[in-house]
Design a protein around this ligand. Structure first.
Ligand SMILES: CC(C)(COP(=O)(O)OP(=O)(O)OC[C@H]1O[C@@H](n2cnc3c(N)ncnc32)[C@H](O)[C@@H]1OP(=O)(O)O)[C@@H](O)C(=O)NCCC(=O)NCCS
Length: 183
């Protein structure tokens, strides 16, 4: 779960953003009680988005499998430094439509950034808002140097990183691109 030292600082930190169409959404840090909300995001993701985010063939998630993955990837992940959720309210119910996180895999390495937005909400500014909040957190805590490992076919995310103005360099092999940059 979230690195203990950041939990109190982050608990009340909720920021309101708007999609390109003017729909309001919150971006706030993950809480332990978000297990089911995040699992529901996994259930809604297409195979393609799951593959682009997690880099391995990832079967379409059943609700049971999604709960297990959510625990492992986020709620009970000891390497997680921070995770930000994008949340909309639909018919009075909160739904998670994106999650971005920073993991510290080893002390000496740059932190690793991962991000995914629900397919039916992509290209509306939600990924940008999550990165904005992660970046604000990173600047405050000197987590400036980051990397992301991507599929070479994931042209969209390269455009995304450029559009957000990140300076980065990339190393590529046949299947993967490693982006290194500063938050
Ligand atoms: C990459 C991803 C997180 C972007 O989130 P998003 O909410 O769709 O992005 P935004 O709407 O904030 O996009 C901001 C800008 O990035 C660029 N962009 C985003 N997605 C793009 C795509 N698929 N192709 C080309 N450009 C893209 C656009 O320039 C866009 O600005 P514009 O709409 O004003 O032109 C989302 O597409 C996603 O979840 N993809 C699958 C998982 C993934 O690839 N994760 C990254 C690896 S960890």
């Amino acid at each position: 779960m979230l690195t203990k030292k950041y939990q109190n600082e982050l608990s009340d930190n909720i920021n309101l953003h708007f999609t390109k169409q003017g729909q309001a959404f919150q971006v706030r840090p993950l809480r332990e009680s978000d297990l089911e909300l995040v699992a529901d995001l996994l259930v809604h993701l297409s195979r393609e988005s799951l593959f682009l985010r997690f880099m391995t063939p990832f079967p379409k998630q059943t609700p049971e499998a999604a709960l297990e993955k959510t625990l492992k990837l986020w709620i009970a992940n000891p390497q997680l430094v921070v995770a930000m959720l994008a949340i909309v309210e639909i018919d009075g119910q909160e739904q998670v439509i994106g999650i971005g996180e920073v993991n510290r895999l080893a002390d000496a390495l740059p932190v690793e950034v991962g991000l995914v937005v629900r397919d039916d909400f992509q290209q509306q500014g939600i990924g940008s808002a999550i990165v904005f909040e992660l970046s604000a957190f990173g600047k405050k805590h000197d987590l400036n140097s980051w990397q992301a490992i991507l599929q070479t076919e994931n042209r969209g995310v390269m455009d995304f990183a450029r559009k957000l103005g990140f300076a980065f360099n990339s190393k590529r092999d046949r299947e993967m691109i490693e982006l290194n940059g500063n938050l």
